[in-house]
Design a protein around this ligand. Structure first.
Ligand SMILES: [Zn+2]
Length: 409
């Protein structure tokens, strides 16, 4: 019921009426005593620490449950005086290992409020718990092993004032690293951790066209080709189209053109959506745009043709890109002429994307969307370390199995 293994000796069981909790008095088996809480090394005793301590364990039916034990300190030759290791909990934790794992599992499978109510824990506590779970898992396995093709992206959090730089592995689809900041110094930290040898094994890096990413990748990954993320390129075209729409809308209001206003109004989503996802009503709306404003409709077609470039591969894709450039250069829509120059500047990395098979645009897009969502879920956590832990837990493959289910398929 308690989920503790043979390393734990159960001495007695009480019921604390005031706290409405079952209290189980435990101690580590002799062979597991006097080990450093940080490194597990057998060490001489130091003192009794803060005396007896409680660890919250998984509920027993409707009741809370706590394990209670002495928490003496040992004098580790490497870490100095440190609270001794206990087999039922992670170092520094106020909850048992099983409780931690249960929290981590639930956080990735259900809503924020459900976790809090079901487990009777504050959201801040959840943040500390998942950080421990992820740190533990990352210490056990090298998170950077076998990286060959990676994607680098930036995600805004806290209403766009702050950014995370994130690195995904294109081969496993997993998030491998994240840190606060979006600049050279931040990204250099990743390559410092990766080390020179493993950086040399990276064959391909995909990213949006940010200058700082290109600079660092150029310096640190001598054997890598830099590719432009199709997802980011297409979002440039979508942005250009939206600017055109807004400009025409402003003009129409200034001139007082009610028909034009009525037709453009409400067509924003129809314009920006992929045509295969349009409803009948939105299709009709688009057809009207074609009638009332040729410029806006041409901008729409430019966006669509640009998007199609990235659905092709190899020579056909490069030909489509060149056709698009020809058209955009002469289109006389300032936003798209600007986009044309921007695309020309990044042609090399776009061509690399179009000719590299299996670079998953869907992966970058879905990771980006999911991470944005997680930044909102993390609201209320104590620190950005907790936010990063949440991202890694959910997207990095660090979610533990539910306690007691490790063996079951
Ligand atoms: Zn130690």
């Amino acid at each position: 019921m308690l989920g503790v293994d043979r390393a734990t000796v159960i001495e007695s069981i009480d019921f604390d009426e005031e706290a409405d909790s079952v209290v189980v008095h435990v101690r580590p088996r002799r062979s597991k005593m006097r080990r450093c809480g940080l490194c597990g090394r057998l060490s001489p005793g130091y003192d009794q620490g803060q005396g007896r301590r409680n660890w919250r364990a998984m509920d027993l039916g409707v009741l809370l449950c706590h394990l209670q034990a002495d928490a003496p300190r040992v004098n580790c030759p490497e870490h100095g005086p440190t609270v001794a290791q206990v087999p039922w909990a992670r170092h520094g934790a106020g909850h048992t290992r099983d409780f931690d794992d249960q929290v981590a599992w639930l956080v990735t499978h259900t809503s924020k409020s459900a976790v809090g109510e079901l487990l009777r824990v504050a959201w801040r506590t959840v943040g500390s718990i998942i950080t421990r779970v992820v740190d533990d898992a990352r210490a056990a396995h090298d998170p950077f092993d076998g990286l060959r093709r990676i994607g680098i992206d930036e995600i805004s959090y806290r209403r766009g004032h702050k950014y995370l730089t994130v690195v995904v592995d294109h081969d496993t689809g997993r998030l491998v690293w994240a840190a606060v900041g979006r600049d050279k110094v931040t990204l250099e930290k990743f390559f410092d951790l990766l080390g020179e040898e493993r950086s040399g094994l990276v064959k391909l890096v995909s990213a949006d066209a940010a200058e700082w990413i290109a600079t660092v990748v150029g310096e640190r990954c001598p054997n890598a080709t830099l590719c432009a993320d199709a997802f980011h390129m297409v979002s440039w075209a979508t942005k250009a189209l939206d600017d055109v729409r807004r400009e025409i809308w402003r003009e129409a209001k200034k001139m007082g053109a009610p028909t034009l206003i009525a037709r453009i109004k409400g067509c924003r989503y129809a314009l920006l959506k992929n045509p295969e996802h349009l409803t009948d009503k939105q299709q009709t709306g688009l057809a009207r745009v074609a009638q009332v404003n040729k410029t806006l409709y041409r901008a729409y077609l430019l966006k669509e043709q640009f998007r199609l470039v990235f659905q092709l591969r190899g020579k056909a894709a490069i030909r489509a890109l060149d056709d698009w450039c020809d058209w955009a250069r002469r289109c006389r829509i300032p936003g798209f002429v600007d986009l044309y120059y921007r695309i020309v500047r990044h042609r090399e990395s776009i061509v690399a994307t179009l000719t590299n098979d299996g670079l998953s645009n869907a992966l970058v897009e879905s990771t980006n969307t999911k991470l944005r969502l997680l930044t909102r879920v993390a609201y209320g956590f104590r620190s950005t370390d907790n936010l990063i832990a949440l991202c890694l837990l959910d997207r990095g493959g660090y979610c533990p199995p539910l306690p007691g289910r490790q063996v079951a398929a």
